[in-house]
Design a protein around this ligand. Structure first.
Ligand code: NAD
Length: 507
C-alpha cells in the first residue's frame, strides 16, 4: 500500500497539519495489536494511543497510576531470572551487577514513586499577586500524553523501565524503543510489556535506527532519550519538527580529581568500582583521572590493589571470574583496542591490565599513564575499561583543562580539604558532583539526575522524572477580580488607574 492510500498515514498527516489534538478520526479498519517494528505498525500503535488520550486524561487518576506501577514492579520481580539471563547474554553482566544496577534502581524508583505520587499529583495552590487580586489559582500536573522513550545498550533494562515508571506515574501512554545492541534484553522487555500492559497503553517497538527514525516521524508529546551526545543532537533536531519537548540523558568525559589531601585507598576503591563496573560502559563512569603529582605513585599502587581485589589477580582470573562484564559488540571492542594501541604508540604506558581477547570481547581493567592530550582516549568518551591517569601540580590547571572541554555528566572529587572541594565545585560545571564517592548520586532519588550542555538537558529520577513527563498547567479562576476596570476604552479613571498600578509595581 502506498503512503497516500493508507488511512493511518492520512490520519497522522491530518494530526501534523494541526488537526484537533488527541481526537483524530479513528482509522478504519482498526489495526490489530502488533508486536514488531514496521513503519505501519508503529504508526498504527501511535494512533491507537493518541485515540485513547482523552479517556486516559479523565481516567488515569491516582489509583490507576498506582495500579500500573505495581503491575510493572510485580512483572519485574516475576521475570528476575530471565532479566539476569538476558543481560548475561547481551553484556556478560554478572548477576549481582544486574541486581544492583539494573533491577534495584528501577524497583527503588517505583517504590519511591508509590510513596510520594499522591503528593506530587496534588494540585498546588498559587497565591494571587496584586495584579491578579480577586482570583484563585492552582497548578495542576497533567500527563503530557503519548511519550517516546529511547534507550541505549549499556543498561538496556533499567534505562527503559526507570523512565517508563516516571511516564506511568505522570499518567502517560508510552512507546519504548530498546537498543538493538542488547537484543536479548530488547526481546525480554517486549515480552514483559506485552504481558503487563494493553498495547494501546504501553508498547515496545523493537529495532535499530530505522525504527527509531519511524518513531521520530511521529508527533509525540515528549521524547525521553538516553544515549550519546552525537545521536542526541540528531533526535533533538527531529523532535523539533513537531516541537516535541525532549529530555536528553547523554554522556561525555566525566573526570576524577584526586587532591593532595585525598584518602588514596578509599579513592582507589571508589574509582575501581565506578570505572570497571559493567566494564566501564557506564555513562557516569570515571573517564580519566587527575592526581596530585605527589600522590601519583601511591595512588597507582592502591588502584592496582583495588582492581585485583575486586576483579581478580590476573587477566585469566578476571576473564574466568563472575564479577566482570564484557564489551557489548565486536565493533566496540575494536574501537577500544585501537584506542589503547594508539595511546601506546603515542608514548603511553600500560601500568595495569592491557590484556584483551577479541573472541570473547574481554578487555582487562586497564590503567595507562603518559597519555597525550591529543590521543583519542583524551578526546572521545572512552566508555570502556580503560583509564588514563594524569598528574597535576595545581588545581587551577585541572579546572582550566575541564573547562576547555564540553560539560561532563559527572565530576568526582576525592579530597578532605573543604576549600579544595569548594573551589573545584564552584569553578566547573557538570551534570552532578560526587565527593569521595563515584556513581552513588544515580541512586539518590531525592536528587535530579541529568546533564548540562553536551551531557544532556532535563532531569530524571523521583519527582524530577514525574515532572519531565507532566505538563504543569495553571488553572486560574476568577472570583471577584475587578477586571472590567482595566478594559478599553482607556480613558479618564481607567488610564489613571493603570498608570497608578504601573507606578506602584514599577519599583
Ligand atoms: P546511541 O546514541 O548510539 O544509541 C541510543 C539509542 O538511540 C539506541 O536505541 C539506538 O538505536 C538509537 N539511535 C541510534 N542512532 C540513531 C539515530 N540516528 N536516530 C535515532 N535513534 C538512533 O548510544 P549507545 O551507544 O546505545 O549508548 C552509549 C551512550 O549513551 C554513551 O554516550 C553514554 O554516556 C550514554 N548514556 C547516557 C546515560 C545517561 O543517563 N545520561 C545512560 C547510559 C548511557
Amino acid at each position: 500500500m502506498s503512503d497516500e492510500q493508507d488511512p493511518i498515514e492520512e490520519a497522522i498527516a491530518g494530526m501534523m497539519a494541526g488537526a484537533p489534538e488527541g481526537l483524530v478520526p479513528a482509522p478504519t479498519p482498526r489495526p490489530e495489536p502488533v508486536r514488531g517494528g514496521t513503519q505501519a505498525d508503529i504508526r498504527a500503535r501511535f494512533l491507537a494511543m493518541r485515540e485513547g488520550e482523552v479517556d486516559r486524561r479523565a481516567g488515569l487518576d491516582y489509583t490507576h497510576r498506582r495500579t500500573a506501577l505495581r503491575r510493572l514492579s510485580a512483572a519485574i520481580r516475576r521475570y528476575e531470572p530471565q532479566i539476569i539471563a538476558a543481560l548475561a547474554a547481551d553484556l556478560g553482566k554478572p548477576e549481582a551487577e544486574v541486581r544492583l544496577t539494573e533491577i534495584l534502581p528501577v524497583q527503588a524508583e517505583i517504590s519511591h514513586t508509590l510513596k510520594y505520587l499522591k503528593r506530587w499529583m496534588r494540585p498546588r495552590r498559587a497565591t494571587s499577586t496584586l495584579l491578579t487580586f480577586g482570583t484563585r489559582a492552582k497548578i495542576v500536573s497533567e500527563p503530557k500524553g503519548t511519550v517516546l522513550i529511547i534507550a541505549p545498550w549499556n543498561y538496556p533494562f533499567g534505562l527503559l523501565m526507570g523512565p517508563l515508571s516516571s511516564a506511568l506515574a505522570a499518567g502517560n501512554a508510552a512507546i519504548l524503543k530498546p537498543s538493538e545492541l542488547a537484543p536479548a534484553t530488547s526481546a525480554l522487555v517486549a515480552k514483559i510489556i506485552t504481558e503487563t500492559f494493553a498495547p494501546d497503553f504501553v508498547w515496545v517497538a523493537e529495532g535499530a535506527v530505522d525504527v527509531a527514525q519511524a518513531l521520530l516521524d511521529l508527533p509525540f508529546d515528549h521524547l525521553f532519550f538516553t544515549g550519546s551526545p552525537e545521536v542526541g543532537r540528531k533526535v533533538m533536531a527531529q523532535a523539533a519538527r513537531h516541537l516535541t519537548p525532549v529530555t536528553l540523558e547523554l554522556g561525555g568525559k566525566s573526570p576524577v580529581i584526586i587532591g593532595p589531601g585525598a584518602d588514596l585507598k578509599a579513592a582507589a576503591q571508589a574509582v575501581a568500582w565506578g570505572k570497571f563496573s559493567n566494564a566501564g560502559q557506564t555513562c557516569i563512569a570515571p573517564d580519566h583521572i587527575y592526581v596530585a603529582s605527589a600522590q601519583m605513585e601511591a595512588f597507582l599502587t592502591h588502584l592496582k590493589t583495588a582492581i585485583r581485589k575486586m576483579y581478580g589477580r590476573s587477566p585469566e582470573a578476571q576473564a574466568s571470574g563472575r564479577d566482570y562484564a564484557r564489551i557489548v559488540s565486536e565493533r566496540h571492542f575494536r574501537r577500544l583496542d585501537a584506542m589503547i594501541s594508539a595511546a601506546e604508540a603515542g608514548g603511553a604506558t600500560v601500568v595495569e591490565g592491557g590484556a584483551r581477547d577479541a573472541a570473547t570481547r574481554f578487555i582487562a581493567p586497564t590503567v595507562l599513564t603518559g597519555v597525550r592530550r591529543d590521543a583519542a582516549l583524551m578526546r572521545e568518551e572512552i566508555f570502556g575499561p580503560v583509564l588514563p591517569v594524569l598528574p597535576f601540580e595545581d588545581a587551577g590547571a585541572v579546572i582550566a583543562a575541564i573547562n576547555t572541554g564540553p560539560k561532563p555528566l559527572a565530576l568526582y572529587i576525592f579530597e578532605k580539604d573543604k576549600g579544595f572541594i569548594e573551589e573545584i565545585t564552584r569553578k566547573t560545571s557538570s551534570g552532578a558532583v560526587g565527593v569521595n564517592v563515584t556513581l552513588a548520586h544515580y541512586m539518590h532519588l531525592n536528587l535530579p539526575f541529568g546533564g548540562i550542555g553536551n551531557s544532556g538537558m532535563g532531569a530524571a529520577h523521583g519527582e524530577w522524572g514525574f515532572r519531565a513527563f507532566s505538563h504543569e498547567k495553571p488553572v486560574l479562576r476568577n472570583s471577584f477580580a475587578p477586571l472590567s476596570g482595566f478594559m478599553p476604552p482607556y480613558r479618564g479613571m481607567k488610564r489613571r488607574r493603570i498608570r497608578l498600578m504601573a507606578r506602584l509595581l514599577g519599583r
